[in-house]
Design a protein around this ligand. Structure first.
Ligand code: PMP
Length: 376
């Protein structure tokens, strides 16, 4: 019940134990071809999706490396640890960073994005986050994409904890680069970065004089398309690619709209349960991937997290950075259902009672049960 790495379905786990295929064999390339096609559905795109052997942060760095050059300007929506990560990467790569600073727990206002874009028409990239895992906030991506589309600035989106959980329609909304990782909504171990690129991004990429080798999107794209079956320039993480094939079969079978609805339901039940226990939510516009909650007065959230794990075997997480000790976060994304949510709430009630927080045992569970009973 952490917002990643998340639980893995048994079919996906066991696919990771299959013998390793050599990556240039027809057998592996057929698996990779299937993955390259089926992954587009997760991004709601018809554009190519690149698969890099990297964590999510590697995918973010690769995006900046390929879609901008040193000294170019990048606008970053910084409303949490992961929004700020875009800025840190860009600064490390010697780009000029303009921050739109958003109070933690809040979502950026589209007008602030419009203002930043009009004040910085020379910005080559706007970087944002779909689901800011550190605060639990969901940003208004559809509106931001609509604003950005009318400018010469490309919009790069971190959907690492948002993909296959929060509604995202890359092509329809007009997002230029979507970055994700495997360890969240895709129900996989960590280790693959996935990046989808719009036509605009593919064109811009060709003009960028930025030093790169392993991260080169052009090399990856060439190998993806030059032959009948897609290939990779370097050795791919073959086991993870095979696991992704299985996870994508599950995702296609359930249907993306149903998956979004399941996440909405689990998030709704979790939020109502927290409120019924007298707790306060941290995020103003909460994400359906993760629910962030203020720790009760006088309680360090780290103690709740520790007890959940040691007494109940349930992994939730605390706050990061300035939020450490002050909030706890319950992930409900990926391979997660109503049973997981009910058990987590019931265990949390016991932990809070054990810490002498004045709650009514069963109040949170009841709120969630009612939501589940009233859902179709
Ligand atoms: N962005 C977001 C929104 C995330 O949730 C995470 C992981 N928690 C990252 C970026 C970083 O991904 P990774 O840890 O795989 O590098």
């Amino acid at each position: 019940m952490a917002p990643g790495p998340t639980e893995i379905p048994p079919q996906v786990l066991s696919a990771g134990g299959e013998p390793i295929l050599h990556h240039r064999t027809p057998e592996f390339r057929a698996i990779f071809a299937d993955v390259c096609e089926k992954i587009k559905y997760a991004f709601q795109t018809t554009q190519p999706v690149l698969t890099l052997a990297a964590g999510g942060t590697g995918g973010m760095e690769a995006t900046i490396v390929n879609l901008s050059a040193p000294d170019e300007k990048i606008i970053v929506i910084s409303g949490g640890v992961f929004g700020e990560r875009w800025a840190k990467i860009a600064e490390a790569l010697e780009r000029k960073v303009v921050r739109i600073t958003v109070e933690y727990g809040k979502a950026v206002k589209p007008e602030e994005v419009r203002k930043a874009l009009s004040e910085n028409p020379d910005a080559v990239l706007l970087c944002g986050t779909l689901s800011e895992t550190s605060t639990g906030a969901l940003h208004p991506i559809e509106e931001i994409a609509a604003i950005t589309k009318a400018t010469n600035t490309l919009f790069a989106l971190d959907a690492i904890s948002g993909l296959v959980a929060c509604k995202l329609k890359m092509d329809e909304w007009g997002v230029d680069a979507v970055v994700s990782g495997t360890q969240k909504g895709l129900m996989m171990p960590p280790g693959l970065a996935l990046i989808a690129l719009s036509e605009r991004a593919l064109t811009a990429m060709k003009t960028k004089k930025s030093p790169k080798f392993y991260w080169s999107f052009e090399s990856a794209l060439k190998k993806l398309t030059e032959d009948k079956l897609p290939d990779t320039p370097w050795t791919p993480n073959v086991s993870l690619v095979r696991q992704l094939q299985v996870s994508l079969q599950l995702i296609h079978a359930e249907g993306i709209e149903n998956i979004w609805a399941r996440h909405e339901l689990l998030a709704h039940a979790t939020r109502e349960a927290m409120k019924a226990l007298g707790l306060t939510l941290f995020a103003e516009t909460p994400s359906v991937s993760v629910t962030s909650v203020h720790s009760p007065a006088g309680i360090n959230s780290g103690d709740i997290v520790k007890k959940m794990r040691s007494e109940w075997g349930i992994s939730i997480v605390g706050g990061q950075g300035t939020m450490e000790g002050k909030i706890f976060r319950i992930g409900h994304l990926g391979y997660c259902d109503r049973t997981d949510v009910l058990m987590t709430i019931a265990a949390l009630e016991c932990v809070l009672s054990g810490l002498n927080v004045p709650i009514t045992l069963g109040a949170g569970t009841k709120a969630a049960q009612e939501i589940f009973l009233n859902s179709k």
